[in-house]
Design a protein around this ligand. Structure first.
Ligand code: SF4
Length: 79
């Protein structure tokens, strides 16, 4: 799983993230982007790895650079 979070202090609500990755992002009534992947509208949530490509595309396209991805459970192949 991945954790994605949005720094809503920087978000301008343009909605590029929701256009690129609607499975993970949506705009709220307050005009800010939210993470919706785990069923709630929060600024941080768990995301299934199958959304990773779209998630990275959205983070790269965000004009405010306010989408952050935390990768968990990294396995060291040398271990
Ligand atoms: S693309 Fe970035 S600035 Fe635009 S709504 Fe999404 S998180 Fe906010």
């Amino acid at each position: 799983m991945f954790t994605v979070w949005i720094d809503q202090d920087l978000c301008t609500g343009v909605g590029v993230c929701a256009d690129i990755c609607p499975s993970v992002f949506a705009l709220g009534n307050d005009g800010l982007a939210y993470v919706t992947a785990d069923g709630a509208m929060t600024d941080r949530g768990q995301v299934d790895p199958r959304h990773l490509d779209d998630l990275v595309d959205a983070a790269e396209a965000c004009p405010q650079e306010c989408i952050f991805i935390e990768i968990e459970d990294v396995v060291d192949p040398a271990a």
